[in-house]
Design a protein around this ligand. Structure first.
Ligand code: WTA
Length: 634
C-alpha cells in the first residue's frame, strides 16, 4: 500500500469505526500502566467527551523514562540562547533527572495531584522541565506566555486558583529584558491563592525576594533525589489548562486531559512531520501557546525526538538568526508561523542564502493563514524547492493538527491547509446549518470527536457547551470561516467571530475593548481588524470619550499603554480613533462591519447601512478619521 492508499484506508476506518482505529493507534503510541476498558465515548449535546477510560498512565513517564533504556544519551533538547554562540545540549537522561528533582521539590512544597501550578517562564529548559514535573505528580499546569502583563497574569492565576508560580528573575528576548519576577510581584499584589513562588536565577540580575513567599529554584531543587516514581493517572485526569481568547471579554481556560491528548500529540507529530529518529526538529513557538505545548514538548518528547529550544526572536541580532541556527544544528524540520516568515521575507534573501540549509527536509507553518506570497518564498528561497510546506490548521481547543497537506498524500497548494487528519470530519455550513456547495465559504465545523480535543472550559462547563456545541447542534464549532473544494481540500480564511489573529496571537476584540473602557475617560470602545502585510491582521480601535473630556495628543499613547498594562504589549492597537458616537443598529449592536470598512478606507462601498439607528454617525466617523490621518501625516 502506498501512502495515499494507506491514508484513504485509515481515514475511512477512523470515521466508520473510530474505536477500532484509535485502539490500534493507542497500541502503537501509548504505554499505559493499566489498559483502557472503553476506547471512546462522546455526546456533543452535553459536551461529554471521554477517551481510553480505565487506562492509567503518566505523560512525563511517556516523554522521559520510556526512552532511558535505549536512548538515555540521546539529545532531548538543544537549547539555543538569545545571544548567538551559546548552546547547550541536554540528554534524555539529564532531562529525566532534572524533571524528577523538580517533581520531588514540588511534592515537598505541598503540591498535590489536581493542584494548579502557574508557569510564567521564558523559553529556557526549565519551562519544559516544569511542565513535565507538574504533569509527573498529577498536578495541572497553566502556562502563561511571558508577554502577558501583570494584570493578565493575575486574572489567569485567579481563574485557575493556582497554588504555586514558577518564574524566573527575568527573561531575555531579542536583546531585551523581560521583568518576569517583577510582573509576578505585581500580579500577586492583590491576594490570590498562590502561597509560593519558585524563582529561577536565569540572568545575573538580583531581584527582590519576598521571604514569606519566594524561594530560589536552585535552592529547593538541586539537592533533591534524581529519581521519582511516576504517579499513575486516569486517562481523563486533567493535564493542563491553557488560556485562550474568545468572543467575550474573559479568556477561557481550555482544559486538556491525559491519554487522548498524548496519543493525538504523539501520532500527529509522527505522521504529519514524517518523523525520523535522526531528525533535528525545531518548533519556534513559545511554550506559552498551544503549539509550544503539543509540538515543542509533548508530541516530540513522547517520540524521543531531538528538539531545538530557542530563547530568542527571528531577527535578533540580525535576520540571519533562524538560518544560522538551522545551519549550526543541522535542523531537518522547521515549524514556524507565517508572521515570522513574512518578516524574514521582508528582510531580504541574502540573510537566508548566506547559510547552508541543506539539512532541511520539511517546513511547517501554523497559527494563521499563510498568504501565497509568503508560501512561495518559504518554499523557493528557504527550502530551495526541495522541502514540502506543511500548512497545518488547528487550535488551542483541538489539541493538535486537524488539517494539513500530508506528505505523500496531498498536493501542495499555497494557502490551502489541505486534508483532514484521521478521525477528523470537517464540514462547511451556512447560517442555517446546511452544507455549502464546493468552494462556497461558511462556518468550519467538525462532526465527530477526536482524542486530542479539549474536554471543558476550566470551571465553566456551560460556557464550553454554549461556545462550541450550540450554534450547529451535534457539531463542534471552530469559529473559523473556510471553504472546501470537490476533492475535500479545506482553505481556512480566518476567524468568523470577534477574535483577531495578530502576528499569530489570538486576541479577542472584547478583551481589548474592555481594557480601553476601563480607562477613566473612555465610555465606549469598538475594536476591528485590518489586513496588515506583516502581522497578517492589525487592530484599529474606535473610542468614545466622556462628554467632559477632549482628545489630547498624548491620549492615544496612554490608551496604548492601557492595553499593554491590561493584556500585554502584543495586544496594542495599531491605530486609535476618537469618535463622538459609534454606528449602531436599532437593536443597539455596534456595526463592526462598517467600522472595519472605514478603518480600511473602503469608503466607496460601505454596504447596507439602512439598519443603522444613527446613520449620521457614518459621516462624522469618516470626518474623524480623515482629520486624524491628515494630522498624523503632517
Ligand atoms: C488560526 C494555534 C489558517 C485560526 C495552533 C484558528 C490558522 C486560530 C491556521 C487558532 C492555518 C491556526 N491556517 N488559520 N494553518 N492555524 N489558524 O488557538 O483562526 O492560538 O482558529 O492555535 O488560529 O489559534 P490558536
Amino acid at each position: 500500500m502506498n501512502k495515499k492508499e494507506q491514508y484513504a484506508a485509515w481515514y475511512r476506518q477512523s470515521i466508520e469505526n473510530p474505536s477500532q482505529f484509535w485502539e490500534a493507534r493507542a497500541h502503537d503510541y501509548l504505554s499505559c500502566f493499566q489498559p483502557w476498558q472503553k476506547v471512546c465515548y462522546w455526546d456533543y449535546t452535553t459536551a461529554d467527551i471521554r477517551w481510553f477510560e480505565g487506562a492509567k498512565l503518566n505523560v512525563a513517564y511517556h516523554c522521559l523514562d520510556r526512552h532511558l533504556q535505549h536512548d538515555a544519551q540521546k539529545i532531548a533538547l538543544i537549547f539555543e540562547r538569545d545571544e548567538p554562540g551559546q548552546s547547550e545540549h541536554i540528554t534524555y537522561q539529564t532531562l529525566y533527572e532534572k524533571t524528577c528533582q523538580l517533581a520531588n521539590a514540588l511534592l515537598q512544597l505541598g503540591v498535590r495531584k489536581g493542584d494548579r501550578v502557574c508557569i510564567y517562564l521564558p523559553m529556557i529548559p526549565e519551562a519544559v522541565i516544569a511542565m513535565l514535573a507538574v504533569a509527573r505528580i498529577g498536578a495541572i499546569h497553566s502556562v502563561v506566555f511571558g508577554g502577558f502583563s501583570p494584570q493578565a497574569l493575575h486574572d489567569r492565576i485567579k481563574d485557575a486558583d493556582c497554588k504555586l508560580v514558577i518564574t524566573a528573575n527575568e527573561g531575555v528576548r531579542g536583546g531585551k529584558v523581560v521583568p518576569l519576577k517583577a510582573n509576578v510581584d505585581q500580579a500577586l499584589e492583590i491576594p490570590t491563592s498562590v502561597t509560593q513562588v519558585l524563582v529561577i536565577q536565569n540572568t545575573q540580575t538580583k531581584v527582590p525576594m519576598n521571604v514569606l513567599r519566594d524561594l530560589y529554584y536552585h535552592e529547593v531543587v538541586n539537592h533533591q533525589p534524581k529519581h521519582h516514581e511516576p504517579v499513575p493517572l486516569d486517562a481523563e485526569d486533567p493535564l493542563f489548562i491553557l488560556y485562550t481568547s474568545g468572543s467575550t471579554g474573559k479568556p477561557k481556560g481550555v482544559l486538556h486531559t491525559q491519554a487522548g491528548y498524548l496519543l493525538y500529540a504523539a501520532f500527529t507529530f509522527d505522521y504529519v512531520f514524517d518523523y525520523q529518529p535522526q531528525d533535528i526538529y525545531w518548533c519556534t513557538a513559545d511554550v506559552g501557546w498551544i503549539t509550544g505545548h503539543t509540538y515543542l514538548v509533548y508530541g516530540p518528547l513522547s517520540q524521543g525526538a531531538t528538539v531545538v529550544l530557542f530563547e530568542g526572536t527571528p531577527q535578533y541580532p540580525t535576520p540571519s538568526r533562524f538560518w544560522q541556527v538551522v545551519e549550526q544544528h543541522r535542523v531537518t524540520t522547521l515549524y514556524t508561523a507565517p508572521t515570522a516568515i513574512r518578516a524574514l521575507m521582508g528582510a531580504g534573501d541574502q540573510y537566508v542564502t548566506a547559510h547552508d540549509r541543506s539539512s532541511l527536509r520539511v517546513l511547517g507553518s501554523v497559527g494563521e493563514p499563510i498568504n501565497p506570497e509568503a508560501w512561495q518564498w518559504y518554499y523557493q528561497v528557504v527550502g530551495e524547492k526541495r522541502c514540502p510546506i506543511l500548512d497545518t490548521w488547528w487550535q488551542t481547543e483541538t489539541g493538535g493538527i486537524l488539517l494539513a497537506p500530508f506528505l505523500g498524500v496531498a498536493e501542495q497548494r499555497p494557502g490551502c491547509a489541505g486534508l483532514p487528519f484521521f478521525g477528523v470530519v470537517p464540514a462547511i455550513v451556512d447560517v442555517a446549518g446546511n452544507i455549502t456547495p464546493p468552494d462556497v465559504a461558511g462556518d468550519l465545523i467538525l462532526r465527530q470527536a477526536w482524542p486530542g480535543q479539549m474536554r471543558t472550559v476550566f470551571g465553566d462547563h456551560k460556557r464550553f457547551v454554549q461556545t462550541y456545541f450550540r450554534k450547529h447542534s451535534g457539531c463542534y464549532l471552530s469559529g473559523d470561516e473556510a471553504k472546501q473544494d470537490q476533492q475535500g481540500y479545506v482553505t481556512v480564511r480566518g476567524r468568523a467571530d470577534d477574535v483577531m489573529n495578530i502576528s499569530g496571537h489570538r486576541i479577542g476584540t472584547a478583551e481589548v475593548e474592555s481594557a480601553l473602557v476601563a480607562y477613566h475617560c473612555v465610555i465606549e470602545a469598538a475594536v476591528v481588524s485590518m489586513p496588515d502585510a506583516l502581522s497578517g491582521e492589525a487592530m484599529a480601535a474606535y473610542v468614545v470619550l466622556r462628554a467632559d473630556y477632549i482628545w489630547e495628543s498624548d491620549l492615544e499613547k496612554k490608551l496604548m499603554q492601557q492595553v499593554s498594562a491590561v493584556i500585554g504589549k502584543f495586544a496594542k492597537p495599531k491605530k486609535i480613533y476618537c469618535v463622538e458616537v459609534l454606528p449602531k443598529t436599532r437593536s443597539g449592536k455596534i456595526m463592526r462591519r462598517l467600522l472595519r470598512k472605514i478603518a480600511n478606507h473602503e469608503l466607496s462601498d460601505l454596504g447596507d447601512v439602512s439598519t443603522l439607528a444613527n446613520p449620521e454617525s457614518v459621516t462624522a466617523l469618516i470626518d474623524a478619521l480623515q482629520k486624524k490621518n491628515i494630522s498624523s501625516e503632517a
